[in-house]
Ligand binder design. Sequence first.
Ligand code: CUA
Length: 359
Amino acid sequence: MNQLFRTLLFLPEQASSIASRIDHLHYVVISITMVGAFAFAAAIGWFNWRYREGAHRGRSRKPDEREGHTRGGISYKAEFVIWGGLLVLFFAFWVVGFRQYVTARTPPKNAMQIYVTGKQWMWTFAYPDGRGSKGVVYVPVKKPIELVMTSRDVIHSFFVPAFRLKQDVVPGRTTTLWFEVKEPGVYQVLCAEYCGTNHSHMRAEVVALSPADYAKYLDSSPPPSSEGKGETMAERGERLANKYGCFRCHTTDGTPHIGPTWAGDFGTRVLLKSGKKVEVDAAYITRSIMDPMVQVRAGFKPVMPTYQGLISSGEVGAIVEYIRSLQKPPPPGGTEPLPRGPLKVERPPGSAARKGGSQ
Ligand code: CUA
């Protein structure tokens, strides 16, 4: 059934853990709308024929025959069942869809972060261990990957058809997307927001490797920080926080100062002046750097200056990663440490990365 629908609708393979669930919702919606459209067309045809010119049919409505609970041939009970059923179907769609939305928007706690920057007209990737790559991102299969994304210029949209995922990438903001790839392979990334002359060439690839291939791959390109040159994203973030004067107001040892402390802040839910609660995540931190007056923390004065135009998107990512690194250590056994992504831009040797590799 899945295969049949997929062929009929020209859908690509279902490469992520969420793809088949999204497809099933798609199948249900398209089936209902097709059946509804055909029923509607049939009714139009029927009425056209029945009340055609010269048919001499009575065109006035019969008075209700209350005693028999009938009206034009259909009982009130039947009508109630039909309309009630349609209403239930309608709401069921939203309930299922909402649950899928929540799943698609909530990265698992053990997700591995990769920072993505869109710019005219390419995708660049930065890994917390200090590696970076352009146009291709290597990930292990069966591990949740969270993309923390922003744009350097205009709005782009990160779209992986095989994962059934698409997310706008906005300058001055951070958006996220997470996925888990099921099978090793190469999956195309497209830009799905018209962003200028070379929009259609703004492509990249997600290369999903088996755990063994991924380990081999990591060995073949150790992160720059492990060799004593280069720095991790968090180290870079700390250096930048110093450069931009963040520590004049924010501490990293838990002491409150002019601004909230960064120690153990990431991932917590905090109260804003407006009375709302938000989670301290990449999006919140980015917004606070760019638009500090919008989400002011309760108990603090709105005195933070904006860094819009002063700080680059990559630098924001590094500071986010630094604040993330100041989380309290996760409970033992709660998460497993993951190897971080690679630096090399070239394909791994052989065809191991290709779909249905030689292994
Ligand atoms: Cu970037 Cu279209």
